[in-house]
Design a binder for this molecule. Structure first.
Ligand code: ASN
Ligand code: ZN
Ligand code: CA
Length: 336
């Protein structure tokens, strides 16, 4: 009889073959990650009840098949969810020295196969848990790495700035999840899933292979705005987020055309000005410091400009290139 931390193999749907930290209990393995606050992955088996579900177990510590399956016992969606939780934990720890969503070393838990053909994934503060549907036809679960990072980052926002989920603050809340979800994807640098500034490019939610959102030019999704205007806060938060996603792209990478990891981007500016990026690593530090130190539940776009300038000043100095780039990137999305 054994009890302890093991290293399993997962055949994921979106990220190839991955390593999973698992637990051996007696002679059966389960999807508990004892190295990251005890994160567990549960099976809802197409139910949409509020309970956790059944903890995934396995006989040989090799999980999933790498193919989508509508079977209620399918492990593949669980592999992606467990891997997403692992990489999201590691991204926050290594990038910001944050230990879990509450920075207290305690993990959330994840639930997959939620509902029947449920086309969403969501974070829930009340259960401190993450839930994934299987997508239309139960054949393309919403378990890609950027979606996992996006959703769990809602937990980080709730436990820091607490940005209200409506109006402009809601757009900033959504953008924070896209920014850090993208950060997770680049951090993982998985060869099956290299980093990009697209959101949900793997889950085929539109049915035509296009991503859900584009950070370089948010209006490409048909609903998001590239630039701030006084009516921005009337939009759905998944569209008013576009302005901050665009700001982040410009700050990290700069305006104009470029190709990153094989994906081409062309990021416009409001005034036709040119923005020179400071790199993703510094842009992430600035957004995180702004979120955790300067933003509040009611921060709007003008306040986000102030908060990120304060963060840049604190991190790099008020006469720094980084500070000036933050100002230029906000001006380029019409936030002054
Ligand atoms: N997947 C959605 C999101 O994270 C769920 C929601 O509408 N809150 O934004
Ligand atoms: Zn969201
Ligand atoms: Ca992506």
């Amino acid at each position: 009889e054994y009890q302890g931390i093991e290293t399993g193999t997962g055949k994921s749907l979106y990220s190839g073959t991955v390593t999973l930290d698992t637990t051996l209990s007696g002679s059966t393995y389960n999807l508990t990650d004892g190295t990251r606050g005890g994160h567990k992955t549960y099976n809802k088996a197409h139910a949409s009840t509020s309970s956790a579900g059944t903890l995934f177990t396995d006989a040989d510590d090799v999980w999933g098949t790498g193919a989508a399956s509508s079977s209620t016992t399918d492990q593949t969606a669980a592999v992606d969810a467990a891997y997403g939780a692992q990489k999201t934990w590691d991204f926050y720890k290594s990038t910001f020295n944050r230990s879990g969503i509450k920075n207290n070393g305690v993990a959330a838990y994840s639930r997959v196969h939620y509902g029947n053909a449920y086309v969403n994934a969501f974070w829930d503060d009340s259960c401190f848990c993450m839930t994934y549907g299987d997508g239309s036809g139960n054949t393309h679960p919403l378990t890609s790495l950027d979606v996992a990072g996006h959703e769990m980052s809602h937990g980080v926002t709730s436990n820091t700035a607490g940005l209200n989920y409506s109006g402009e603050s809601g757009g900033l809340n959504e953008a924070t999840s896209d920014i850090f979800g993208t950060g997770v994807e680049f951090y993982a640098a998985n060869s099956s899933d290299v980093g990009d500034y697209l959101i949900g490019e793997e889950i085929n939610i539109n049915g035509d292979g296009t991503p859900l959102r584009y950070m370089d030019k948010p209006s490409k999704d048909g609903g998001s705005k590239d630039y701030w205007s006084s009516t921005l806060g009337n939009l759905d938060v998944h569209y008013s987020s576009g302005v901050a996603n665009h700001f982040f792209f410009l700050l990290a990478e700069g305006s104009g055309s470029r190709t990153i990891n094989g994906v081409s981007y062309n990021s416009p500016t409001y005034s036709g000005s040119t923005v020179t990026g400071i790199g993703r690593a510094k842009a992430l530090q600035i957004w995180y410091k702004a979120l955790t130190t300067y933003m509040t539940s009611t921060t709007k776009y003008s306040g986000a400009r102030t908060a990120t300038l304060s963060a840049a000043s604190s991190l790099y100095g008020s006469t720094s290139t980084e500070y000036k780039a933050v100002a230029a990137a906000w001006t380029a999305v019409n936030v002054s």
